[in-house]
Each structure stands twice: as structure tokens, then as C-alpha cells.
Design a protein around this ligand. Sequence first.
Ligand SMILES: Nc1nc2c(c(=O)[nH]1)N[C@H]1C(S)=C(S)[C@@H](COP(=O)(O)OP(=O)(O)OC[C@H]3O[C@@H](n4cnc5c(=O)[nH]c(N)nc54)[C@H](O)[C@@H]3O)O[C@H]1N2
Ligand SMILES: Nc1nc2c(c(=O)[nH]1)N[C@H]1C(S)=C(S)[C@@H](COP(=O)(O)OP(=O)(O)OC[C@H]3O[C@@H](n4cnc5c(=O)[nH]c(N)nc54)[C@H](O)[C@@H]3O)O[C@H]1N2
Ligand code: SF4
Ligand SMILES: [Mo]
Length: 681
Amino acid sequence: MSELKQWKRSACPYDCPDSCGLIMETDGKTVFSVKGDPDHPITKGFICGKMQHFEEMIHHPDRILTPLKRTGFKGSGQFEPITWAEALDEISDRWQKIIENYGSEAILPYSYAGNLHMIQNKCGEAFFHRLGASRLERTICSKAKTAGFHQIIGNTNGLNPNELAYSDYIIVWGSNVNATQLHIHAQIVNARKRGVPVILIETYKTPTAAFADEVLLLPPGTDSALALAMAHVLKKEHLINKKFVKKHTLGWRRFLTSLDQYTPKWAESITQIPAKTIERIAMAYGQSKSPVIVPGSGFSRHGNGAMTTRCICTLPALTGAFFKKGGGIAENISGGDAFDMNMVRRPDLLKKETRIINMNQIGSALCGEAVDDMGNCVGSLNPPIQSLYVYNSNPVDVAPAQQKIIRGLMREDLFTVVHERFLTDTALYADIILPADTCAEHYAITTPYGNNAVSITSPVIKPVGECKSNWDTFCLLAEAMGFDDDHFKQSNEDFVMAIAQSSNPIRDRWTKEEQSAFLNGQPLLLRSPDIPVIDTPSGKIEFYNPNLKHPLPAYIPNYGGAYPLKLVVAPSIYTLNSSFTERRTLTDRRGRSVLKLNTQDAYARGIADGNIIEAYNDLAHVQFFADVSDDVLSGTVIAEGVYGIEESLTELTVNALLSERLTDDGRASSLCDNTIEIKKI
Ligand SMILES: Nc1nc2c(c(=O)[nH]1)N[C@H]1C(S)=C(S)[C@@H](COP(=O)(O)OP(=O)(O)OC[C@H]3O[C@@H](n4cnc5c(=O)[nH]c(N)nc54)[C@H](O)[C@@H]3O)O[C@H]1N2
Ligand SMILES: Nc1nc2c(c(=O)[nH]1)N[C@H]1C(S)=C(S)[C@@H](COP(=O)(O)OP(=O)(O)OC[C@H]3O[C@@H](n4cnc5c(=O)[nH]c(N)nc54)[C@H](O)[C@@H]3O)O[C@H]1N2
Ligand code: SF4
Ligand SMILES: [Mo]
């Protein structure tokens, strides 16, 4: 029996900084419509186009509703339904045999951020620690940016989107906020109405360019030259906040001395931005009271990504903008610190240090190769990976070196399990598929990475078909493997409440009323101090750091490569990585898979707008449609959006052209630092 229709709270589970609060109209069985939660302090009733019809995803006819077993060859997409009991038996039997023959490190989990909610995102780590499996280094996204922050400002908190209401100068540094940081974007639109200048620093004219007063395009990977030249101008024009620098930073004298070499003229030769423009922007930044930088992650997905982040951070450090209301960096704020993540991750269940495989090098790993940080083969993996368990991710479409990943997944001796909602390009290679649920079907804790509004949510409908959450699935797998730990015997609801009720100094700052409202499902902002606490080992911003390879922020070129065009991958406003591709209304609006290239580069190769072109490098040959314009600088090529193999012209997507090289620090992906050549076909 269905209940009467009513609106219930939920929270967006996607890998997006905002983690919006949602309300869903439901009768307990069906979700009829989805809106932004008007009482959520950041969402304020406003969500992106992707989530406005989330009910279409929940009740999509292509959703996987039962466990499936492969019947055809790997990749054929032929499966038959089986029961959960059969699936669990098969998985536990195969794993027991693999453990006997190769040891437990022959099993590898692969997950990222399909579901960002705290328990559903991290609960697999506890299970695989207990199993003694190889560990996955989860660094595909922005760990080089985190490492760069650590090198200079540590864990110092940044701004919430709402605080941009006090900013008087905004630099959006390599973020397509219009697509990826919706509530910051809304604040930027408001700020412009107040007359606040908005500067965008990008590799191409993204949709956000339409919302900026000035767009500075530079070749990918050159931002640190721009940042250092801006710092040079701040010094030359006496725009450094001496009081702040003396009191709150370390090594400022050495850093200021090093700036002499980084003149705007020098930076012009690297960034193609005229020296006069660099001077003007730096002065406007330095003369503002509360300038804010809104950084994206694209610039950090380069061989010099951590260093670039560090160089950008020098600007609010020199001006003292960090301590100004609405000033500093709109980043480094999250709800994560308010909970004990180890209650979910359970590092204590790891009985001995197990092998670590970097997720950006999954292709090599599946092909049995041990590789170094530059992705070069240095030997064989021992033991080889005999089983891969994928959840919350779609590596065939999102990870680099796509051809290698597919080759690895084709191995007859590899036992692959994929826990998914749809038959993704990765699930096609599974031996067993387990059906995954959605945020409407389970309990969750929301800990955003772009603001600090946290919430707990309950299911609004019963699970669709036989779908199960990640938590419930890992509990069943634990039982099938004979683990008797109480941890895996908690219900999803009890686990959420145990975490939500555990004491934590950040949540303890709430009043008693706030604490009980939170436990009753009210999304609430955490209280952060008015002035951020500089959270580095010295308690100061560290311009000089003798423990690093480069003790001072410096210009280090990115990796580049042998081919003439620099390839950047960027997000699409209509989809989110490979998620949302089941929704035809969104993919139709996104259109076909194109490479954006400059008019001169196209002309030199006899390419016209709309032509089919082949992009190639040492890794692969991939075809696209050409999108020719001056929105991109000559020498740069852009691939927006993650496309599926079915939508591609050559059974490969742009990820086949991306290398497995890791960044300078943070061991992150260098997805935006690859080179290609293009020809018309
Ligand atoms: N609609 C939508 N929303 C999303 C996503 C999505 O795919 N679609 N992805 C989600 C995820 S996983 C993440 S991590 C966040 C990311 O969101 P943000 O961290 O805000 O970053 P992006 O918008 O991905 O920024 C990438 C931008 O960096 C630029 N870029 C690349 N290299 C350089 C460089 O060297 N210098 C400069 N200045 N710019 C460079 C690219 O042109 C691109 O526009 O967004 C999330 N939200
Ligand atoms: N070409 C290109 N490549 C990219 C990027 C790009 O912009 N361009 N972006 C990069 C970035 S920044 C990132 S973070 C990565 C993201 O890589 P991923 O985190 O792998 O992101 P998605 O492609 O969204 O895949 C998530 C999958 O998880 C599934 N899923 C969702 N919820 C659940 C759940 O509760 N349980 C289970 N078991 N599964 C669930 C979804 O159906 C989906 O197939 O991609 C990277 N790769
Ligand atoms: S994808 Fe991002 S902007 Fe859209 S509803 Fe989810 S959290 Fe909000
Ligand atoms: Mo990401």
C-alpha cells in the first residue's frame, strides 16, 4: 500500500562541491518530483538542471534491478539474472580460491565518487581492509591541489559560497563555476550586480566566460608563471600587507627576494597574457579590500599541479586577504572534519600493510605491469590482480589509458564484480553485476567538499527492485566471507545514528537545539571561526618550506609531451563525469563528442568546423567532430564532458589519449597535461 503523497528531505549524492539539500515528492514507493531544499543554508531551494528530474534516474527503465551473471564473452553485454544468494556464493567462492592461490592482495577494489555520502562512499574501505586486499590510492580528482595547499597553507579553512557576499574582487581561477560550483556561481552573479569585478583565468572560453568582466586565456599548465608575476607586481607596487606577512607567514623575505626574476614581461612569454594586463590585474587585486580567488581543479591536473596551487596561494598570503571577510580562497572548506571518518574507513581492520595501487594506473595494473610515477613499466605486479571489485566508479570511461583498461578487463582469468545502477562501459566487462540503489533508498550523512552544511537523510522510498546500498552490500559480502566483526552487523540506520551522535569538537559548537535539529534531519552549517586558524605545522603560512624539493614557490613547467597540441579535458554542464548519461534529455543537449580547436590550428591542418578528425599520440587514435573557434588559444585543444564508448566514433573516447603519469605531489592524475596531433580524415 502506498502512502499519501508528501515531500521528504534527501540530499544530492553526486561528486559536486555543493552537496545540495533536496526535497522529494513521494508516496513511499515512487518519487514523483525533486526540488532544491528551501531550508538548506547553501542550496536555498535552487539545484542544477541535472538533478531537477532526478526521479527519471530513480525510475529509469534501464536500471539494473537484480544481480546478473555474465553469459556471453567479456564486453558482450550478455547477462542473466541470478539471486543475491547465488551472486554472494559465487563471489565468496572465487575470492576464497584466489586468496588460497595468490593471497588476498590479488583482489583490488576500485571506487571513487559515484556516491559522495560519507558512509556509502567510504564503507568499502573497511571491508577490503578486513579482507587484506590491495589498497587503492584514490587520487583521480584533485589530490595535487590538496597537496599544493598543504605545502603552503596546510588545512587552513577557506570560504563558504555565502561569504562571497562580502568579496570586492573575484578571480575565478580555472573553474567552470557555471557548471561545477552552482552556488558560488549564484554569488558571483549577485556580486557583479553590486559592481564587483569578476576575472576568469582559463584555457578556453567556458560557459562561465559569459559571467566574467574579463577573461584571460593562457596555455595549460602556465598559471604559476602568472601567479608569480602578479606577486612580483604586488611587491613592486608596495601592495604587500607587511603587518600580516610578518606576523602570519614564514620565509617571506626569501620569497620576496625570489620574486625579482618573475617580471610581467617574463610571464608574458610563457602565458601569452600581455605584461600590461598582468600588471593591471595584480594591482586591482592588491588594491581591493577583500579579494577572493575561486580555484578549480583543472590547473592541478598537470605535472606541476601542486606547485601551481602553491603559487596561487601566495597572493592572498601576501595581501593578507585570508583574514578579510569575503577574502582569501573559496576552497578548502568541507563538512568532513565534523565526523570521525575512521568509524567508516576502519584502518584498524587492516592487519598488515597491504600493497597500494594508484587508481590512475589501473590499466597497467590490470595488464600485470608495475609502473613508476611517470607510468613507465618497471616490472611485473606480484601477485597479479585476479579480481577487481568496482563500486561508485566507471573506470573505463573516467580513468586514463582507456585501451589498457579494456585490455586488462578482457583477461579471461580476471574475476570482475561491478556494483552499479546501469550497464556502464565498465559493467559490460563484469562477471557478476550487483544492483546499486540511489540516495532516495538509503540512510546517509552528507559532508560536502565545497561548503560546510552537513545533514543526515533517510530513505524516501523502498529500494527499487532488488537494489542494495553499498553499505548493505558490504555487510552481505562480509557475512559471505565469514567475517564475524560487529561492525558489519550494524543496520544502515544504526550506523548513521552512531556516527551522527558521536562527540566531535566541531559539532559540539552547536547549541543543544541545533544538535537535536541536526539529528532530526535539518541541514545545518557548521560554525567556523570568523578568522581562519592557520593550520600548518608552524601555525604560519609557509612561503619557505625546506622539506620540499623546491623550498620556495617557483615556476616549473608542466610535463607537456612530444605532440604539438595541448589536450585539456573539462567538465560538461549537462552531465557529471560519466553520470547522468542515462538521461537522453541531458545527453541530447550536450551533443556529440567534439574537440574544440583554434581557427589557425584547424586551418593549418585543412580542418573545417564539423569535420570528422582523428586525434592521436603514442597511446591511441581517437575520432571526434571538430568544433573550430577562437574560444581556444592556438596550441590548446579541449574535450568537454565524459562520453561513453557507444557515443564515440572509434570505440574509444578521449581518455584513451590520457597518460598514467602522476603529478608533482599528491600522486594525482595529470588528466589535463597531455599532448596530441590532429588530422582530418
Ligand atoms: N556539471 C558538472 N559538474 C561537475 C562535474 C562535471 O563533470 N559536470 N564534475 C565534478 C567534479 S568530479 C569535480 S572535481 C568538480 C570540478 O570542478 P572545479 O574544481 O570547479 O573545476 P572544473 O570546473 O572541473 O575546472 C576545470 C577547468 O579547469 C580548466 N583548466 C585545465 N587546465 C588548466 C590550467 O592549466 N590552467 C587553468 N587556468 N585552467 C585549466 C579547464 O579548462 C576547465 O574549465 O566539478 C564537479 N561538478
Ligand atoms: N575525460 C575526462 N575524464 C575524467 C574527468 C573529465 O572531466 N574528463 N573528470 C575526472 C574527475 S575530476 C573525476 S572525480 C573522475 C570521476 O570518476 P567516477 O567517480 O568514476 O565518476 P562517474 O563517472 O560519475 O562514475 C560513478 C559511477 O558510480 C555509480 N554509482 C552512483 N552511485 C552509486 C552507489 O551508491 N553505489 C554504487 N555501487 N555505484 C554508484 C554511477 O552509476 C556511475 O556509473 O573522473 C575523471 N575523469
Ligand atoms: S549535482 Fe551539484 S549542483 Fe546539482 S543538485 Fe547535486 S550538488 Fe547541487
Ligand atoms: Mo573530480
